[in-house]
Design a binder for this molecule. Structure first.
Ligand code: ZN
Length: 498
């Protein structure tokens, strides 16, 4: 029987009750309910009773996915994704025996993986005047959202249903938000998709975070994150120290956790006991004892940290410093022979010092316990396949000059290998591919400690650090643009300089 006929027969087929279906399947009621919730069996509701087509039950017994009746043709959207996948250099994936809807979702995940997306977004969006409501599909690539396609909104429900099926969620729950995971292998890579379904006015909104299970090979080594030579030397020197704390600071999405994990991965070895407390655990690091904060169970960071200190660790990592109780424990640990790594949420390195003072830290103890502060942002790297040499415009150069002067340097001290973003198939037309950090590192010198004790402002502390040779984040960005690794436009975008 061909597919078309099979569908037709199914719609006209014999309808059976739940008892009959359970008997046919030879299973228990609870298992049957689980299959029903997970969308493995196609069902209908007649009043308060579940009803089933006998053919659907037979199909399940043959191990086949349920057939989904679509209100509109999905083929054009499949064709569009296939084209994009081919362009992105991934031609190995094909439909085979798969039904259209499972194929569409799988294809979308394959494409996301090919295009190096960190997140997949499906947004049921209220249209502009005169346009149809659409389910817009976007990928976040190197921190920026890109629209991939816009599908007929009537396809959203069956797509979300399939997505939930794959994520082990209840397909009949369409009112409450749900979370679920999908573990799958794409082109030899083990993926861990963290999916979130949120009902909205125009339909369910889906967000999938794409994580690789192979963290260690995904994490860049500290040497390859993009720190300048002098910053890198300071970081590696501090990581080799037996005690003291290293702070990574920056706003949200500045690559703090990735840098923190890379540094942890650098210091980890069988001769050291490494313990972490995080909220939540983002990556699993082989060789470390990782503990997640659980506020609901009263397991807050200070409580866990106090116990960690009794467990004789050598190296301790804290996801984020938020309150004085944690700061006190960090300082105690750093001053009693532990290397402590943690994140803080401030704009720049000097701001980390004043933030700890505001939390209630003593200047003397802050200076004694802190070894290095790294402040950073992420900028997109120019695509090596398509960027071309081009001088930035005079406005951009003037702004860059201003940044360099404030840092005690001149534009004429730098090489002028500026390049421009163009766009090709390899970078999805964006002109950029991958990201690197721009950073500043502040070492606690006697001068900094002295200024801190005198109650210096963040601005004054920054001046002292610059006099001691610190390159600011902005100046590091200008230097990297002058080397042709990124552009001034990108640096100014990330630093929110208009
Ligand atoms: Zn390119």
């Amino acid at each position: 029987m061909d597919k078309k006929n099979e569908k037709k027969v199914m719609q006209e087929g014999e309808v059976i009750s739940m008892q009959e279906a359970i008997k046919l399947l030879g299973t228990t009621r609870s298992t049957f309910y689980r299959w029903l919730r997970g969308g493995k069996i196609k069902s209908m509701k007649a009043g308060r009773q579940w009803r089933f087509y006998k053919q659907d039950i037979d199909r399940f017994l043959r191990g086949k996915d349920p057939i989904v009746d679509l209100p509109v043709d999905i083929k054009p959207f499949i064709g569009e994704l296939e084209d994009k996948l081919r362009k992105a250099g991934g031609s190995k994936y094909s439909q085979g025996e798969q039904e259209d809807i499972p194929y569409f979702v799988n294809l979308l995940i394959h494409l996301a993986c090919r295009m190096r997306a960190s997140d997949i977004h499906v947004l049921p969006i209220i249209p502009e005047e005169g346009k149809d409501v659409a389910a817009v599909i976007k990928f976040r690539i190197d921190g920026v959202l890109h629209t991939i396609t816009s599908a007929d909104l009537r396809l959203l429900a069956p797509v979300v249903e399939q997505w939930k099926r794959m994520a082990g969620c209840n397909i009949h729950e369409t009112v409450k938000p749900q979370d679920g995971r999908i573990l799958m292998n794409v082109e030899g890579k083990d993926l861990d998709l963290r999916n979130s379904f949120l009902p909205s006015l125009m339909g369910e909104s889906v967000t999938a975070r794409v994580l690789s299970k192979d963290v260690v090979s995904t994490l860049k080594s500290v040497e390859k994150i993009g720190y300048s030579t002098s910053d890198r030397e300071k970081i590696l020197k501090s990581l080799k120290a037996p005690w003291g704390s290293i702070i990574i600071t920056g706003p949200i999405a500045s690559g703090k956790s990735t840098s923190l994990y890379s540094m942890l991965n650098y210091v980890i070895n069988p001769g050291k006991k490494v313990m972490t407390v995080e909220s939540p655990v983002e990556f699993m690091i082989p060789g470390a004892v990782q503990i997640a904060e659980r506020e609901d169970a009263g397991m807050k960071i200070p409580v866990i940290l106090r116990s960690i200190l009794r467990q004789d660790p050598d190296i301790i990592m804290i996801g984020e410093l938020r309150e004085f109780a944690t700061l006190q424990l960090i300082q105690q640990a750093a001053l009693t022979g532990h290397l402590v790594l943690f994140c803080l949420h401030t704009e720049d390195a000097a701001g980390a010092l004043t933030r700890m003072m505001k939390m209630g830290g003593e200047p003397f103890i802050i200076a004694e316990s802190t070894r290095l502060i790294i402040a950073q942002r992420l900028v997109r790297e120019l695509c090596s396949g398509c960027s071309v040499a081009e001088k930035p415009d005079s406005g951009e150069l003037a702004r860059a000059e201003e940044i360099m002067l404030r840092n005690g340097m001149k534009m004429s001290d730098l090489p002028h290998n500026f390049r421009k973003a163009v766009g090709c198939d390899a970078c999805g037309g964006t002109g950029y591919r991958g990201r690197m950090v721009i950073a500043e590192t502040l070492e606690i010198s006697p001068e900094i400690a002295g200024a801190l004790e005198k109650g210096a402002s963040a601005e004054q502390l920054r001046e002292v650090a610059i006099r001691q040779g610190m390159t600011t984040i902005a100046a590091d960005g200008v230097k990297k643009a002058a080397l042709g690794k990124t552009t001034l436009k990108e640096v100014f975008r990330v630093l929110a300089l208009k």
